[in-house]
Design a protein around this ligand. Structure first.
Ligand SMILES: Nc1nc2c(ncn2[C@@H]2O[C@H](COP(=O)(O)OP(=O)(O)OP(=O)(O)O)[C@@H](O)[C@H]2O)c(=O)[nH]1
Ligand SMILES: [Mg+2]
Length: 217
């Protein structure tokens, strides 16, 4: 079983179905009434690819008035479900801003995230074509689109599991990078700073993260 809980954050406009997706995933129920979320979190133990892990799911507020804490959730998140409703064009338009904010805060070229077009059961009222969502997911996010329905369960588990898989891939890459930089930094210090006896850092795992530049593995 892997170390820490995975922090998974749902982001998206109001009423797109973030809470319903979460409740469907966590307790396999569906609620028809709409109650705007302030903030909610859930913990669940799941088995993805034969590996058990704990996920902490943060269901955030889409309503504008409550969005001030969004930055905090993004900081805390290891992986993201960016949710729009396929019956609501403006909710899709908002995804771009949300994704930009994730990239800005994470300072990262590829963040573990999937795109979710919810309310597939209402696809007769579709306003966002599947290909439009797919193009954004592929070209901008380097990820995939799941057209889900919290009402009928369609692809709900798949979307959450995919985020877990992406977090794991990211952690595996990060471990390799951390090791590379650890050795690289030591070599550099010996070469250039051998007179500076006070120059030792107590480097945390985080501090070893490479800044700027990117190495694709
Ligand atoms: N038909 C259908 N309705 C849905 C689906 N998901 C959510 N809804 C409905 O859409 C409304 C809003 O759902 P919520 O899950 O509360 O939306 P939210 O994104 O959490 O909204 P905020 O908390 O305000 O950000 C509710 O009336 C839900 O019943 C779905 O997949 N299909
Ligand atoms: Mg909600």
């Amino acid at each position: 079983m892997s170390d820490n809980p995975y922090h998974i954050v749902l982001l998206g406009s109001g009423a797109v179905g973030k809470s319903c997706l979460t409740v469907r995933f966590v307790s396999n129920k569906f609620v028809e009434e709409y109650t705007p979320t302030l903030e909610d979190s859930y913990r669940k133990k799941i088995n993805v690819d034969n590996e058990v892990c704990i996920v902490d799911i943060y269901d955030t507020a889409g309503e504008e008035d409550f969005q001030s804490v969004r930055t905090e959730y993004i900081k805390r998140g290891d992986g993201f479900l960016c949710v729009y409703s396929l019956t609501d064009q403006s909710s899709f338009d908002e995804i771009k801003d949300i994704y930009d904010e994730i990239l800005r805060i994470k300072n990262n070229y590829r963040v573990p995230a999937v795109l979710v077009g919810n309310k597939y059961d209402l696809r007769e009222d579709r306003r966002v074509e599947m290909s439009t969502g797919e193009t954004f997911a592929t070209d901008v996010m380097g990820s995939v689109l799941f057209e889900t329905s919290a009402k009928t369960c369609r692809h709900v588990t798949d979307a959450f599991y995919s985020v877990v898989q992406r977090i794991r891939q990211q952690r595996a890459k990060q471990n390799i990078l951390d090791n590379m930089h650890y050795h690289g930094d030591n070599a550099l210090r010996e070469e250039h700073h051998h007179h500076h006896h006070h120059h030792h850092h107590s480097r945390s795992k985080k501090a070893r993260r490479p800044r700027g530049g990117c190495i694709l593995l």
